[in-house]
Design a protein around this ligand. Structure first.
Ligand SMILES: Cc1cc2nc3c(=O)[nH]c(=O)nc-3n(C[C@H](O)[C@H](O)[C@H](O)COP(=O)(O)O)c2cc1C
Length: 137
């Protein structure tokens, strides 16, 4: 099993329409390729974790990098892992959060998640720390 985390910057404000479009495509394609993961966004930043067979994940990442809806697609970590972090999620997703109370709740969730997951790996740890970083402004 292989895991990859990247972040990128959206070219436009991230609207519900854009996210729904990405998720619809992701869920259909990823399921077929046995890829799972999680997509977060906040303001104009996307943060995504992809996991699956190495070749399939890298192929998808190359495709995502060419997507003109975002730029500065930056690889944070990629490595082999013993197990998936998001089995059963062709693409889990956390909706944009704007209210301060929502942000606090989200940070608490991340804290809880990072302290209680036995499958903590470098990539997921990076993912959770970045997730926290992008919402703490
Ligand atoms: C932030 C972001 C995340 C994406 N994640 C995925 C993904 O997990 N799976 C996927 O198939 N496409 C994803 N896409 C869409 C791809 O970049 C691309 O548009 C799509 O795979 C094109 O498929 P096609 O060549 O079959 O039309 C993502 C796009 C963006 C901007």
């Amino acid at each position: 099993m292989f895991e990859l985390v990247y972040y990128s910057i959206s070219n436009t404000e991230i609207t519900t329409e854009i996210v729904n479009d990405i998720l619809k495509k992701s869920r259909a394609t990823n399921a077929k390729k046995n890829i799972t993961g999680c997509l977060l966004f906040y303001n104009k930043v996307y943060l995504q974790l992809l996991e699956g067979e190495k070749e399939a994940v890298q192929e998808l990442y190359e495709k995502i990098k060419r997507d003109t809806r975002h730029y500065e697609v930056t690889l944070l970590v990629e490595h082999d892992v013993p197990e998936r972090m998001f089995p059963g999620w062709s693409m889990a997703f956390h909706e944009s959060i704007n209210k301060e109370s929502d942000i606090n709740q989200f940070i608490n969730n991340i804290d809880f998640f990072s302290k209680n997951n036995d499958l903590q790996t470098e990539a997921t740890d990076m993912f959770l720390r970045m997730a926290k970083h992008i919402v703490v402004k």
